[in-house]
Design a protein around this ligand. Structure first.
Ligand code: GDP
Length: 480
């Protein structure tokens, strides 16, 4: 637990210089952006005549998730599936074909809406939920936030290409998460398809399919010709039976945000996968540092629904701002509780951003000497984008730009317009702000102008990355 001097001063309604002066009396030299530990902060606060009440995460987060409930209410739920595999092996095609196949066999003319996840009915009549963003970027992002969403991984391997680097990565991710895998050997329609070779190669990575004497199920499919898709669905359903997935549907909802965006017409929109309980219109919800009241729920078929139970993905309208993919959602009893939780988290988030940023600056002298030997500089940036997908793509590209001499340091990255608090953060660290398909609001634009903070806008990732690259090599004047 730590706090910046600025934040401590704000909370006491004292001037930061007075805090710095007190610390100086104790023999410590500090800047306003420095982080001090909780004990020091408490001493300072008490010396300034304030009563200190430390709030622990456990006080605020208590009772939000995973609270034990009446086990007699437990009922089966559908499995949640993520598709992974090497690029171009057919993940997107498979997801599209599965969804399409189901529309044909289901209600005729059903509208398909891409909301980030969808449900299909397997031949045995049971439902299966697919996460509609292929690849392990989303999977690991969620896991990094502690969200366990996936019950089964479909590992797509192209029969004409075999096991490739990202196939192996996907295997490792699935194993680390202890999630069972089903292998979809794709593109068997191709003349040069060698499904047997795929099985042998998998064996070298300790994935033993049934025909090789192992336990892992494999299905030969063609996403293109829609071959064997029913069989794949059946296998998922069988695997799910083995997992014996059950939960309580009759309790306030818990879930995970799969995707979130700021929609021009509808405001903040989040796709939530309900994992426990039932989410209803009118519920008061929190996710990450955002809260709201459910105004409408929209299904993957584009239909307005009144409620969503376990394993059901829905678009949720009514958040005050877009949460982040991977944030866990909970229903709380009232708005006061929602405000308590989200203001605490928003505060934690600011602290963390400031702490990681000033970790870099705090020991500037130290860093300078390291710089002389290592010669490496940090390039502080704040990045806001319209959707999580773009944001991740941008962050991924920027990460690759880093050299031994200079690297982008992301102080904050998020979905949504550029706000005044982004500008404040930028100001503290002399950072530039980048908006991707979003704008700054009036207050933010004014604050940026006032404080000489540069905001740059982009609609094309390539341009953005290219400019940052130029700026990093000192080619682009002045600050970015
Ligand atoms: P992803 O990168 O894994 O999402 O792969 P895509 O779904 O984008 O597919 C990559 C390419 O393979 C595209 O040109 C697809 O049309 C093609 N493709 C996907 N599945 C099949 C298949 O079953 N058979 C054939 N012949 N081509 C396929």
């Amino acid at each position: 637990e730590a706090i910046t001097i600025q934040e401590l001063a704000n909370r006491m309604a004292e001037r930061a210089v007075d805090v710095i002066r007190m610390l100086m009396k104790q023999g410590a030299m500090h800047k306003i952006t420095d982080v001090i530990d909780a004990d020091t902060a408490q001493l300072i606060a008490e010396e300034l005549g304030h009563t200190v009440k430390r709030v622990a995460a456990s006080d605020v987060e208590e009772g939000l998730f995973d609270v034990a409930d009446n086990s007699t209410d437990i009922e089966p739920r559908s499995p949640v599936v993520t598709v992974m595999g090497h690029v171009d092996h057919g993940k997107t095609s498979l997801l599209d074909s599965l969804r399409h196949a189901n529309v044909v066999s289901g209600e005729a003319g059903g509208i398909t809406q891409h909301i980030g996840a969808y449900q299909v009915t397997s031949p045995d009549g049971k439902k299966i939920t697919f996460i509609d963003t292929p690849g392990h970027a989303a999977f690991t992002a969620m896991r990094a936030r502690g969200a366990k969403v996936t019950d089964v991984v479909i590992l797509v391997v192209a029969a004409d290409d075999g096991v490739m680097p990202q196939t192996i990565e996907a295997i490792n991710h699935a194993k680390a998460a202890k999630v069972p895998m089903i292998i979809a050997i794709n593109k068997i329609d191709k003349p040069d398809a060698k499904p047997e070779r795929v099985r042998t190669e998998l064996l070298q990575h300790e994935v033993q399919v049934e025909s090789m004497g192992g336990q892992v199920v494999d299905v030969e499919v063609s996403a293109k010709n829609k071959t064997n898709l029913d069989k794949l669905l059946e296998m998922i359903s069988l695997q799910a039976d083995l997992l014996d997935l059950k939960t309580n549907a009759s309790r306030p909802a818990e879930g995970t945000v799969i995707e979130a965006k700021l929609d021009r017409g509808r405001g903040p929109v989040a796709t939530v996968l309900v994992q426990r309980g039932t989410l209803r219109v009118g519920d008061i919800i929190v996710a990450g540092a955002e809260m709201g009241r459910v105004r409408a729920l929209i299904s993957d078929q584009g239909e307005t629904v009144n409620e969503a139970g376990p394993s059901v993905p829905v678009e949720v309208l009514g958040f005050n701002g877009p949460p982040e993919a991977g944030d866990r959602l909970a229903v709380v009893e009232n708005e006061a509780r929602a405000r308590q939780v989200t203001s605490y988290r928003a505060h934690q988030k600011r602290e963390n951003a400031a702490a990681s940023a000033s970790g870099m600056r705090g020991s500037l002298e130290q860093m300078m000497s390291q710089l002389k030997t290592a010669g490496r500089k940090d390039f502080p940036l704040i990045i806001k984008a319209d959707v999580q997908g773009s944001l991740e793509a941008i962050l991924g590209s920027l990460e690759k730009l880093g050299t031994d001499e200079v690297a982008a340091r992301i102080l904050h990255a998020g979905v949504g317009g550029i706000s005044e608090s982004d500008v404040t953060l930028a100001e503290g660290f002399n950072a530039a702000i980048i908006g991707f398909s979003v704008r700054a609001n009036k207050e933010a634009a004014a604050a940026a102008k006032r404080n000489g903070i540069e905001i740059r806008y982009y609609n094309i990732i390539y341009d953005l990355v290219d400019d940052v690259k130029k700026a990093m090599s000192g080619l682009l004047a002045p600050t970015l």
